[in-house]
Design a protein around this ligand. Structure first.
Ligand SMILES: [Zn+2]
Length: 319
C-alpha cells in the first residue's frame, strides 16, 4: 500500500486500484466516496449530496473511468450525502441493502430543499447545517438490486464484499471490503475527526460493526466523513460509542430525561481529552435519544427539527 497523502479535496490513490474521494472538512453533508477499479470496469462507493458535487467528483475520476467505466454503484446507506447524486451514474447497477432502499424513499431531496427554504427559525436552523448544498433538480435514483446481510461481487476479476452491519447509523448500513487491497470503505460507520451520529441504533450494533472491522485483515480505512484512517480510527469510534452508551444508561437509571442527560454528557466530553476535540459534538443529543429508546421502547424521540435545534443548542453552549 502506498503512503496516503493529506486530507485534501479530491481523488486520492490508495494503491492496488483503490481510490478515495475526500471532501474536507467532513462536517454535515461533506461526505467521502470510493472507487474500486477492476479489469475494464469499476465500482463506485456512494455518490454525494448534490449534483454539482457529484459531477465534480465524477470528472476527477474520468482518467480512470474512461477505460474502466462505473458498472456498479453501492450506496452504503440512505442519507442524502451518500446517494443524492445517483442519477449521474444511472447506467450502473445500483446496489444497497433492502433496509437502505426502503429508507431512501423516506427523506426525498424535496424535503431538504423545503427545510432549507423554510421561512423563519426553521429555515435559518437548517441553512446553518445544509445551506451550502443545492437540492434542486435531484431526481433520486433508487437501487436496482438489493441484498441482506452480505453480497459478494466480482468487479472486473476482483472480489469485493458488501457486509450489512446496520441498523446502526441508519436502518441499513453497509461496509465495503476489498480483501486483495486490504481496504475498507465504511460509509458513516466511521466519522473521523467528527462525532458519530446514531440515528437508528442500537449502539451495540455499531460497536459490533467496529469489532468486526477490528478483526479483519485491513490496513486502510476510508470513513464516510473525515480523513483516511486505519484500525486506530475504528477503535476510537468504538470507544466513543461505548462511552456514550454507558454514560447515558447511568443517567437514564438516575431519572434524568434524555435532553438533560445529553447536556450533562456534553459537558463531560468537553472536558475529556479523547472526544472533546471532535467536531459536531452536539450530536450527543441524538445519540442519547437512541440509547434511551433502546432502554425503554416506549421512549418517544422528538421530531427531526427539534433534534437539529438541540444539536445546535449544545454546540452553542446550552447547559
Ligand atoms: Zn454522511
Amino acid at each position: 500500500m502506498t503512503a496516503i497523502d493529506g486530507y485534501e479535496l479530491g481523488l486520492h490513490e490508495l494503491g492496488d486500484g483503490c481510490h478515495a474521494y475526500l471532501q474536507p472538512d467532513g462536517g454535515w453533508g461533506w461526505s467521502n466516496a470510493g472507487l474500486v477499479v477492476g479489469d475494464g470496469v469499476s465500482l463506485l462507493v456512494d455518490t454525494l449530496f448534490d449534483l454539482h458535487l457529484t459531477r465534480r467528483m465524477l470528472d476527477s475520476m474520468a482518467s480512470v473511468t474512461r477505460t474502466a467505466p462505473i458498472g456498479t454503484l453501492v450506496n452504503t446507506h440512505a442519507n442524502g450525502d451518500h446517494c443524492y447524486g445517483n442519477q449521474l451514474v444511472d447506467q450502473a447497477e445500483i446496489i444497497a441493502t433492502v433496509a437502505t432502499a426502503h429508507e431512501m424513499t423516506e427523506v426525498p431531496p424535496a424535503m431538504l430543499a423545503a427545510l432549507n427554504g423554510a421561512p423563519g427559525e426553521v429555515g435559518e436552523l437548517f441553512r446553518a447545517f445544509f445551506g451550502a448544498f443545492d437540492f434542486a433538480d435531484i431526481d433520486l435514483k433508487l437501487p436496482t438490486r438489493t441484498f441482506e446481510k452480505r453480497l459478494d461481487l466480482d468487479i472486473g476479476g476482483r472480489a469485493v464484499e458488501l457486509i450489512e452491519v446496520g441498523p446502526a447509523h441508519t436502518q441499513g448500513d453497509t461496509i465495503v471490503i476489498v480483501p486483495d487491497a486490504k481496504v475498507a470503505y465504511t460509509g458513516d460507520i466511521l466519522f473521523i475527526g467528527g462525532t458519530p451520529i446514531v440515528w437508528a441504533g442500537p449502539l451495540s450494533n455499531w460497536v459490533a460493526a467496529c469489532d468486526l472491522m477490528l478483526g479483519m485483515d485491513v490496513d486502510t480505512v476510508v470513513p464516510g466523513h473525515g480523513p483516511i484512517t486505519d484500525k486506530s480510527g475504528v477503535a476510537q469510534v468504538r470507544d466513543y460509542l461505548a462511552f456514550v452508551e454507558s454514560e447515558a444508561t447511568v443517567r437514564h437509571d438516575a431519572g434524568l430525561d434524555a435532553w438533560e442527560a445529553a447536556r450533562d454528557i456534553a459537558r463531560e466530553i468537553g472536558e475529556a481529552p479523547s472526544f472533546g476535540a471532535w467536531g459536531e459534538f452536539g450530536r450527543i443529543a441524538v445519540n442519547v435519544e437512541t440509547v434511551y429508546r433502546s432502554l425503554d421502547p416506549g421512549h418517544t424521540t422528538p421530531d427531526v427539527v427539534e433534534q437539529f435545534r438541540r444539536m445546535a443548542r449544545i454546540e452553542a453552549g446550552a447547559s
